[in-house]
Design a protein around this ligand. Structure first.
Ligand code: NAD
Length: 426
């Protein structure tokens, strides 16, 4: 059954990593071939071309992708990524990850993802809005509360989600949308309090749970974070609040290190004031951004792009714990070495699932038209993340699996159960 594993293990790309992890799980679970093929998906993948007129009067031609990997447990859920190097394969791999993530965290969604092939940093706010609206017009038939519900991902944000909501209600001739078409919106437009911080906080809850299991005192932990965007900046601030020492941070502008601990409030202020990333922060030494992954620390948190921990750098990693805030940051070959080195990995589908969990709360809130309080959201997020962490940890111990293998097996099995419960006939 399945696909050529050896070939896949050595390819450093998101789709191959996702396929590899699924294939391994399918073998452990001894999935029937027909079920395997159904789960392999994707159910739908499309590439569209959009060509809006930018504010300078010029027409641009942009490729965009939408993938619905699996909708057995509910409508496809997953963010919109905007980056100049995004391709249909990446979006397919990320959509597959979402299928396992929503299943594992226990929300009634499937897996989806979309992508716009453009560097968001190259666009003025006005032009970014033009692109987002053009994307929605082109992809409108694929988006809806029962089909695919997008959210922010790398390169997109709350403001973009507001434009999506506006674009859809405008085209429908209504003030509000009929159900939740998009999550991660501003609170004033039906968003939920705490969504912005949810992914980062969820990462910290699972990291604290791992420290508790290993008998490690968080106030003695030195932490390095790769990526200082919507997720990485919250992770850095929240883990510092717990008493850990933030020793290194990197973003696209570069890397910074201070073994006495970075002043997180001053760093957030610097990034806000300069609008130029972490580079130039005075109370730190600058290093190459890749070196942050290899820095002397106890906990490493990749919170940027995929395929960052590879055969090239895995042996130089010094952390005892890796908390995967990013999606698919570790290639299969590197993962094997982390396991041999007994480095504890909190896998992405568990570690960063706080965002989609709170997106689910936003989805239900929008249906009920009643706002949840921040205390309610945070309590539910903390309870869910800690509970799922324990389930995965205990299952891994019981079966002699890694955390990634345990998380995958629990998630895949639940989707398979859904397939059988629905029945295989049309
Ligand atoms: P973002 O666009 O807000 O921030 C990305 C950050 O990573 C930026 O600081 C950027 O400079 C940095 N970066 C990019 N490439 C880098 C590199 N090679 N080296 C160092 N830094 C680099 O994106 P985000 O929403 O924070 O997402 C980060 C990761 O978390 C992605 O993998 C995303 O899929 C994942 N994720 C995000 C959410 C969410 O709610 N936003 C939820 C789950 C998972």
């Amino acid at each position: 059954m399945g696909i050529e594993i050896d070939n896949m293990k050595t390819k450093n790309n998101i789709l191959h990593t996702s396929l590899y992890n699924f294939n391994m799980s399918a073998n452990r679970l001894d999935l029937d071939e027909a079920i395997f093929q159904k789960m392999l998906g994707p159910k739908e993948k499309i590439e569209i071309s959009i060509d809006p007129v930018l504010s300078n009067g010029k027409v641009v031609n942009v490729k965009a992708f939408i993938v619905r990997h699996n909708d057995v447990l509910g409508p496809a859920k997953g963010g919109i990524r905007m980056a100049s190097d995004i391709c249909l394969d990446d979006i397919t791999g990320l959509a597959m990850e979402m299928t396992w993530k929503t299943s594992l965290i226990g929300v009634p969604f499937g897996g989806g993802k979309s992508g716009i092939n453009l560097d968001p940093m190259s666009l003025s706010p006005n032009d970014k809005e033009i692109i987002i609206r053009a994307f929605i017009r082109g992809a409108r038939h694929c988006i809806g509360p029962e089909i695919y519900i997008p959210a922010p991902d790398m390169g997109t944000n709350e403001k973009d989600m507001a434009h999506i909501r506006d674009c859809i209600s405008y085209s429908d001739g209504t003030s509000i949308t009929k159900g939740c078409f998009v999550t991660g919106k501003p609170v004033i437009l039906g968003g939920i309090v705490g969504r912005r911080e949810a992914t980062g906080k969820g990462v910290v809850y699972t990291t604290l749970s791992m420290c508790e299991k290993l008998g490690l005192d968080i106030t003695k932990m030195r932490v390095a974070v790769q990526g200082f965007g919507k997720v990485g900046s919250v992770v850095a601030a929240e883990i510092a609040k717990c008493g850990a020492k933030l020793v290194a941070v990197a973003d696209l502008s570069g890397g910074i290190v201070n073994s006495d601990g970075l002043d997180i409030d001053a760093l957030l202020q610097h990034v806000n004031d300069t609008d130029n990333g972490v580079k130039g922060f005075k109370k730190a030494t600058e290093i190459d951004r890749e070196k942050v992954l290899e820095i002397d620390c106890d906990i490493l948190i990749p919170a940027a792009a995929g395929s960052q921990i590879t055969l090239k750098n895995v042996k130089k990693i010094k952390a005892k714990i890796i908390a995967e805030a990013a999606n698919v940051p570790t290639t299969p070959e590197a993962d094997g070495i982390l396991n041999q080195r007994q480095i504890h990995v909190i896998p992405d589908i568990l570690c960063n699932a706080g965002g989609v969990f709170v997106s689910y709360l936003e989805y239900t809130q929008e249906t009920q038209r009643e706002q949840m309080t921040i205390a309610q959201v945070e309590q539910r997020l903390s309870d869910r993340m800690r509970k799922r962490f324990s389930e995965v940890y205990n299952f891994a111990k019981e079966k002699g699996l890694t955390m990634r293998e345990a998380a995958m097996d629990i998630a895949v099995r639940k989707v398979v159960e859904g397939v059988y419960a629905r029945g295989l006939l049309p």
